[in-house]
Design a protein around this ligand. Structure first.
Ligand SMILES: Cc1ncc(COP(=O)(O)O)c(C=O)c1O
Length: 480
């Protein structure tokens, strides 16, 4: 039976339920499975034609023992988690006509219009399922660059065993994203805008890690997290790689490239695990905006932090891709002690320079590119002009990286670009780029849920970075 251990090597192996409910492992590391199930090409071929939730069931049941969640229960959780999606196919594919062999995976048809919904609804339902069975309540905390927060907040509505806190950097997300959190009236959802974060949402990730290290506080609140520190998120995100693959390739067994707008490397960590499980991947294209930590890691072999730059694809304004450490655990032979050494060096010095053998091992099958703001916006404009298809700034970063790195891709191999957000969440970028008045924006630049949220009052907490530690802890304890 698959168990779960910390990627930093500390503590004992635990079962699926414990790994999910804990969020972080006790040594501050991220949970990873002791082994990855293998999926043969023949098995993969037998899944062709299955719906997204059917493929999800096949994959999840390789990780979740039936003694923990029965077949009927898992299928019900999946059905509940995707009943709120706006598109009947949940995750449709669009083929670009102006680019050869380039496809778009539309991951933004969930209730809060970003790819975060794909795993979040499921993981929150999983939490509620376990907690209901145990008769317990839990406090969830997440940090967000604008999409995880809305997804977690929305998924929590009506979940009587959960109380969810979402922390966001006040000036660094769009008003549309903020309203998706602050117009929720459910009494178990709390949004906190933090002004003046020098490192954006990375500051809030650090605060959450500190809260987990404060044993007393953590116990008082029965605290957990559904950020992609949680194994459940990473596991669930492997599914859209398999599903997208089955929808796109002509013949199962053919290679497929994936271009992924990346920040904390959660989504790509899932992709890399899917490849490890047997998915035939050509290249993973790591698409960064100007916050290019991953590009430095994959082109120079250096993990280092640089000052934050506010970019149009703002949800990937992330400085520390913490899920890289989870991927590295698998890429370098599951050596937790070594991962712990690297993380400790990074925490002490702000930099890790990887040795040649490690660099060679982890960069296998990855290429990376950092996209300028100009190219991001020009790509939105280019694709819209050529085929009236509207990319959001994140999908544009992915398409631009695929264009820039075309020479490094095998001719004839298709590329699937992951569109991780709906354009309506970034109206200013879209408006400026297309040079249109608000009223003249195409229908695909709007969404009824976002329009409806404009008519509602906002509620939530606000504090400043300088005193967020005391302020947020105080509010959380007072609400308990
Ligand atoms: C729209 C969008 N695209 C891409 C990402 C990056 O995902 P990850 O942090 O898993 O790399 C995020 C989340 O941060 C996002 O909200």
């Amino acid at each position: 039976m698959i168990q779960f251990v910390s990627n930093r090597g500390g503590g004992a192996a635990v079962g699926f339920e414990t790994a999910i409910l804990a969020g972080f492992a006790p040594d501050g590391g991220l949970y990873v499975p002791t082994e990855l199930p293998k999926i043969s090409v023949a098995t993969l071929a037998s899944w062709k034609g299955k719906t997204y939730t059917e493929v999800a069931y096949e994959i999840l049941s390789l990780f979740i023992p039936k003694s923990v969640i029965s077949e009927t229960e898992l299928k019900q959780i999946l059905a509940d988690s995707f009943s709120t999606f706006y598109h009947p196919d949940l995750i449709p594919i669009y083929q670009l006509t102006s680019e050869e062999e380039v496809y778009i995976q539309e991951l933004f048809h969930g209730p809060t219009l970003s790819f975060k919904d794909v795993a979040m609804g499921f993981i929150v339902n999983l939490f509620n399922f376990f907690l209901k069975r145990k008769g317990e309540k839990m406090t969830i905390i997440v940090a967000t660059t604008g999409d995880t927060g809305p997804a977690a907040a929305h998924a929590t509505i009506g979940k009587e065993h959960l109380d969810t806190w979402v922390l966001y950097p006040k000036e660094l997300i769009t008003e549309e994203q903020e309203r998706q959190m602050t117009t929720i009236t459910a009494s178990n959802v709390h949004a906190v805008g933090v002004a003046g974060c020098p490192d954006g949402a990375d500051d809030l990730d650090l605060l959450i890690a500190e809260m987990f290290a404060d044993k007393d506080f953590k116990e008082k609140l029965n605290l957990s997290s559904v950020n992609s520190i949680n194994w459940g998120r990473v596991m669930m995100q492997t599914v859209h790689y398999f599903y997208g693959y089955l929808q796109t390739v002509d013949k199962v067994g053919d290679a497929l490239n994936f271009a992924v707008p990346s920040g904390a490397f959660g989504n790509l960590c899932s992709g890399s695990l899917a490849r490890e499980m047997g998915l035939p991947v050509g290249k993973f294209i790591i698409a960064n905006n100007q916050n290019a930590c991953l590009t430095r890691i994959f082109t120079e072999g250096v993990f280092s932090k640089a000052p934050i730059i506010a970019c149009p694809a703002s949800a990937i304004d992330i400085l520390i891709p913490y899920n890289f450490w989870r991927y590295l655990y698998f890429a370098t032979g599951q050596d937790g002690a070594k991962i712990n050494e690297w993380i400790t060096t990074f925490e002490a010095t702000g930099k890790v320079v990887f040795d040649k053998a490690t660099f060679k091992a982890y960069r296998e099958g990855f290429i990376a590119n950092s996209i300028s703001d100009e190219q991001t916006l020009a790509t939105i404009q280019q694709i819209y002009k050529l085929e009236a298809y509207l990319l959001d700034p994140h999908a544009a970063v992915a398409v631009a990286a695929a264009q820039n790195l075309k020479a490094e891709l095998t001719k004839g191999t298709k590329t699937l670009c992951l569109a991780t957000a709906h354009p309506c969440k970034f109206p200013e970028s879209i408006q400026t780029t297309l040079g249109l008045e608000k009223e003249a924006l195409p229908i695909t630049a709007k969404h009824s849920s976002v329009e409806a949220a404009k008519l509602l009052c906002q509620r939530g907490y606000n504090c400043h970075y300088d005193h967020m530690r005391q302020a947020i802890k105080h509010s959380m304890l007072a609400k308990k």
